[in-house]
Design a protein around this ligand. Structure first.
Ligand SMILES: Nc1ncnc2c1ncn2[C@@H]1O[C@H](COP(=O)(O)OP(=O)(O)O)[C@@H](O)[C@H]1O
Ligand SMILES: [Mg+2]
Length: 446
């Protein structure tokens, strides 16, 4: 991580004595550290425009000192307060000091220094701080929608609640889930991902919650399920909409009571996991249809992270296509070192129903097949006007995705054809043509 450009200062007032390592970690992230010793308090001295946060070191402060710090911080009511506490579970009178309760009210989890850094960063100028973040470097993109998404991700990461990640296929839902885990206090603990749609429905329960020996034919040994394996860590349930109803009931129990039961046992087992779920289908519709439990939906949908489709990320197609090609070049001997201008335009115009995954695949395939130094439309299997070509088996999926995109853009633009055309970067004529093709009548929709 690099220091944020210093237009306004970011300062941590450390009540107590920061260690050398702690100082360096904060400094590396662009924070100035000012130590204030409660026995000889200096003026906190806040200047307008500076970002100042107070950090109370409960590890090195006596009860008396905490009293003094309370008075000092009471004079600066608008200063956000963080607490740095001794290792959890310690029997310590200081832990019952009202000042700690005050800190916790703002930021409920007692942080270690790394966690603290992340929380401080979430408070600071998020886009600046994010530009150099190695975890979030896996979610490239400079478009406005991606900056907003990353700032949201950063806010959600330290909060120990479920996150529902929505977005079309290939938009980076799994990458986002992993980043949420790595930026959370569970980062050193297991991250277990499973695609709910990929397990045969008869095996889902045992896969997720484990089974006892003899629970069913073929269960010759006891087996731990995904939730037990992920204890203290994070479970990522991909395509949650495909989870069978009986497994939905078991999942609800994890969320409500923090327990699971192995198949073939009715002994509840405590598990501590954070649940992240992803869906590319509209879960609300599944709830209305009765294929997804409403109560489970409400539990999962506390924090919602939506991954924007690639076509709505202004400027990112160029950035990502360059990045993927450079990355491929670094690992393979290929001639291609750039794109022809037609190829660049075609990529801009294409709708990318498979989003970033599709872009990555097309770039890699083109990089291998390209004969010249510049990748052409043909190499990318795109026509110059940005239509896919030569992909017979994908046509159906494309058509479906195109219809969904069209519908969603029409809704967002309140069925205004010009606004919708701008959003989809096509002409108004194309919108009318697509409406006819997909048998959508604007009057009917409005
Ligand atoms: N913003 C991004 N920057 C770089 N690579 C990305 C980005 N978003 C997605 N990818 C890559 O695209 C592919 C698909 O991402 P994934 O998270 O599996 O999508 P989803 O789960 O939404 O289908 C992966 O190879 C991932 O690394
Ligand atoms: Mg996925």
């Amino acid at each position: 991580m690099a220091a944020a450009p210093d237009s306004s200062k970011r300062c941590v007032i450390w009540f107590g004595k920061p260690g050398a390592r702690e100082k360096v970690m904060l400094a590396a992230d662009g924070w100035q550290v000012r130590a204030v010793l409660p026995q000889q308090p200096a003026d906190i001295g806040m200047r307008g425009g500076d970002m100042v946060v107070g950090l109370i070191d409960f590890r090195s402060s006596s009860d008396n000192e905490l009293e003094r710090i309370s008075q000092l911080t009471a004079e600066h009511r608008h200063m956000p307060l963080f607490a740095l506490t001794p290792a959890q579970g310690e029997d310590d009178v200081r832990m019952s000091h009202p000042l700690l309760a005050a800190c916790r009210q703002q930021f409920p989890h007692p942080p270690d220094i790394k966690e603290l850094l992340r929380q401080l960063q979430a408070l600071g100028d998020a886009p600046l701080a994010l530009a150099h973040d190695d975890v979030l470097d896996t979610l490239l993109g400079d478009s406005e929608v991606m900056l907003v998404m990353r700032a949201t991700l950063r806010k959600f990461a330290p909060v120990d609640l479920p996150v529902l990640i929505t977005g079309e296929t290939g938009t980076g839902k799994e990458v986002a889930a992993h980043a949420l885990h790595r930026l959370s206090s569970r980062h050193g603990k297991p991250f277990q991902a499973v695609n709910c749609g990929a397990i045969p429905s008869t095996l889902v329960q045992s896969e997720l919650f484990g089974h006892e020996r003899g629970a069913f034919t073929g269960a010759t040994t006891r087996r731990h399920g995904l939730f037990e394996t992920a204890h203290n860590g994070t479970v990522f349930l991909d395509e949650i909409g495909d989870l069978p109803l009986d497994a939905q009931t078991s999942l609800l129990r994890v969320l409500q009571e923090g327990t699971i039961e192995r198949v073939g046992s009715n002994q509840p087992i405590h598990v501590d996991v954070r649940i992240l779920a992803a869906t590319h289908v509209d879960l609300e519709r599944a709830v209305d249809k009765g294929s997804f439990r409403r109560d489970l939906y409400y539990r999962l949908n506390v924090l919602r992270l939506s991954m924007p489709p690639l076509r709505s990320r202004d400027g990112d197609i160029e950035l990502l296509s360059r990045h993927f090609l450079a990355d491929f070049r670094a690992r393979h001997r290929i001639r291609a070192r750039g794109y022809s201008s037609e190829a660049r335009h075609a990529m801009e115009r294409f709708q990318w129903p498979g989003n970033v995954r599709e872009l990555l695949n097309r770039v890699q395939r083109a990089a291998i097949t390209a004969e010249g130094e510049l990748i052409t439309c043909q190499d990318l299997e795109l026509s110059q006007d940005g239509n896919g070509a030569g992909l017979g088996q994908l046509t159906h999926a494309r058509t479906h995705a195109e219809r969904e995109t069209l519908l969603s853009c029409l809704q967002q633009s309140r069925y205004n054809v010009s606004a919708c055309a701008r959003m989809m970067k096509v002409s108004r004529v194309t919108i009318y043509r697509m409406c006819r093709k997909h048998q959508l009548t604007l009057e009917g929709l409005r």
